[in-house]
Design a protein around this ligand. Structure first.
Ligand code: SF4
Length: 79
């Protein structure tokens, strides 16, 4: 009945991370160091072979974003 009910019913700003996928931007990673983000992942979804950019196990990843915030090169992105 009131136009306000629709207006106030929206939930802007509550972006759902679970709609996203963790992507490794290997070109941004210098690939010369043990990846620090591997250690912050709470579910062990990141692995690294040698000094290469890390691999993501998409089955394990809960898209929490911890590794995204941890990587100083922004090589891990939820998009
Ligand atoms: S988004 Fe979270 S669960 Fe997924 S790889 Fe990064 S730290 Fe692990």
């Amino acid at each position: 009945m009131s136009a306000f009910s629709n207006f106030f019913g929206t939930s802007k700003g509550t972006e759902n991370k679970t709609d996203k996928t963790l992507v490794v931007k290997a070109a941004r990673c210098p690939q010369n160091h043990p990846c620090p983000s591997v250690r912050v992942c709470p579910v062990g979804a990141l692995t690294q072979k040698g000094m290469a950019a890390p691999d993501v196990n998409a089955e394990k990843c809960i898209k929490c974003g911890k590794c995204v915030n941890f990587c100083p090169m922004r090589a891990l992105v939820l998009e």
